[in-house]
Design a protein around this ligand. Structure first.
Ligand code: HEC
Length: 224
């Protein structure tokens, strides 16, 4: 008995399809998950911020694709070990906190001697970290050779934290003068009704990026 050609072709097609289907499902399936969202609660403690900052630096912040920590020799990018100890001396007039903020928001404003510019602006795409994520990264940078002080209520040159009524931002810029309200009428006097503890001539208030005009006092270098 002869099998019709059409039937033979049909069997061959079925066998081939079944074989490839079988091989295909033996290949391990991998599922690609979007990067895990890191929840930043407003009441994070500084040590928690350091931990989150470390995760961001290793992960979505991409810092570790360029930066080493604790390596010496001919490096293309500055090593970040102990960077908190150098930060305050980098740019005259910038506190360690403001220097860290500048190196993330405006990396080309100061280029570390011996290196080429080329660090991406961290609050812009493609990295695009939020102001809160950047505060966590700053807490982490402060932990590299220093003592972290920032909280999510800390303001700096590039970010004005929302005011907490009645509370001065704890752990602000190290060395920032503690302002007591001046006598009424004195230069820089706090107008009645201003939140006690707010430092009108030191810290940008919410809604204004930089105090460009203001009472006599140290005028911060223009930013942005
Ligand atoms: C594409 C590579 C690249 C990435 C990604 C990158 N940086 Fe940088 N970074 C540089 C370069 C280059 C410099 C030196 C030039 C300069 O100062 O702008 C630098 C400088 C710095 C400095 C100053 C160091 C010092 O000794 O004063 C800090 C702090 C810093 N980066 C932190 C970070 C953090 C935090 C991240 C992640 C959020 C990051 N960088 C991501 C390339 C990078």
């Amino acid at each position: 008995m002869t099998i019709p050609l059409v039937a033979r072709i049909g069997v061959l097609v079925l066998a081939t399809t079944a074989f490839y289907g079988y091989v295909g499902q033996m290949v391990p399936q991998s599922e690609v998950q979007p990067p895990e969202e890191i929840a930043i609660r407003a009441d994070l403690t500084t040590p928690e911020m350091v931990e989150i900052g470390r995760e961001i630096a290793d992960g979505k912040g991409l810092c570790r694709t360029c930066h080493t920590i604790g390596q010496s020799g001919a490096l293309r990018f500055p090593d970040l070990a102990g960077v908190a100890g150098r930060a305050a001396e980098r740019v005259p007039g910038l506190s360690a906190l403001d220097y860290f903020a500048q190196s993330l928001y405006e990396p080309d404003a100061f280029v570390v001697p011996g290196f080429n510019p080329g660090m991406p602006t961290i609050n812009r795409p493609p990295i695009g970290l939020t102001d809160q994520e950047i505060l966590c990264v700053i807490a982490y940078l402060q932990s590299l050779g220093g003592t972290p002080t920032v909280t999510l209520q800390t303001s700096h040159r590039y970010y004005a934290a929302p005011a907490t009524p009645g509370a001065a931002p704890p752990g602000g810029a190290p060395g920032a003068p503690v302002t007591t309200p001046a006598a009424p009428g004195a230069p820089g006097a706090v107008t009645p009704g201003t939140t006690p503890g707010a430092a009108p001539d030191q810290k940008p208030r919410p809604g204004e990026a930089l105090p460009l005009t203001g009472p006599p006092g140290p005028v911060p270098p223009p930013g942005r």
